[in-house]
Write a protein that binds this ligand. Sequence first.
Ligand code: ATP
Ligand code: MG
Length: 440
Amino acid sequence: MKTDHQNGAPRIVPRPQHVITRANIAETALKVLYRLKAAGFESYLVGGGVRDLLLGREPKDFDIATDATPEEVRALFRNCRLIGRRFRLAHVHFGREIIEVATFRGSHDGNGNGGAVEDGMILRDNVYGTLEEDAWRRDFTINSLYYDIRDFSVVDYTGGLQDLEAGLLRVIGDAGQRYREDPVRMLRAIRFAAKLGFRIHPDSEGPIFELGETLEAVPPARLYEEVLKLLLTGHGVASFELMRHYDLFRHLFPLTEACLAREENGFPHQMVLRGLKNTDARVAEGKPVTPAFLFAVLLWEPVRARAETLQAEGMSEIQALQSASEMVIAESVRHVALPKRFSLQTREIWVMQARLPRRNGKRAQRLLEMPRFRAAYDFLLLRAESGDEALQELAQWWTDFQAVDEESRAALSRNAPAGEGGTGKKRRRRRRRKKPASPE
Ligand code: ATP
Ligand code: MG
């Protein structure tokens, strides 16, 4: 790869020699590109949009780069808002869709000295620049390809086209330095490798093993956003395994890592993998997924273990679970944030685990009508499928209960045990086998 950057001619691939057609670019993005061009500015599609189109994939969003300043962009669009404090971006709104327009950013000096920090990123490149400078300050070569709206060519300064063909993820510039500037780039490397099935270039992967700790300086809210992109967009299993391979996972979920490290192929590991696998399948089918359930899966083992301790100290099962839930969430959000509206649901899913075994009389029907029942039931299934045999019976009971009519439900409830603990391992072992309740 060329390292004496910022003085080489780009490789320009003319329209007939690449696969990008305007038919595959969102109307809205084209509108923005054309209006900037008509006003006399340069404007390019860049980033994931170009990368995914070249790979024959459907882009998630379209980002635009231009030599117009944010103020100049705003003057062109009624529906435009400027965001960011130090380095401003223009967001052009079309209903719920947002097209992000970024002014070309200048190059950094490369001497690694300090700089302002915004959102965990060191901003040495906090000045406007040229197209060429903009290309060199992007994260990966495959993310630094530009589609020129003037002649529909693709412009490549950093060797991204070659890497795209080779299935290679390569940091632009010195990988260690670029990760230090913004540690989230390590997670981005993993995310793109997982999503695209690319290899990370040896020079780009080496420093990841050493720099995991730098993630701890990144604001939890930014890590939350990144975790959702890693684990909740259809390639969660691959992302999880790569995060563990590069030893980054423990800097995001240290409580979970401690449990996984103790019991590599046992219970917790199976449960997280299975949960992520189900999530990937749901995404592939276009079904909704929620951060509340994801975090319930990721943090269950620490919660369960802590609840077990509290119970041994004399707390009731539900109380122990409630306390443990609170403690684990409070500790976890110091690393990766979780908005309140989701953490409340996560806790409900956990505490319901202690309620689901208690299903005699009117209790079952009442539980069924609770807002978090469906998620709690899915969670129970996941626990049962992950190898907890004692729970398989309980899960089956709930599956039956939901499948039958009201009369049979009443019979199932009458015959149901008063219920006991469903969280503590010791309890589970002590629990005597009961005959499966059969619907009448
Ligand atoms: P996707 O939108 O599919 O998740 P993307 O590559 O478009 O992937 P965005 O987060 O939308 O990712 O960013 C758009 C582009 O901005 C990237 O392709 C990259 O060129 C640049 N970029 C984003 N984040 C960084 C970063 N942390 N450091 C350097 N460049 C970045
Ligand atoms: Mg994008």
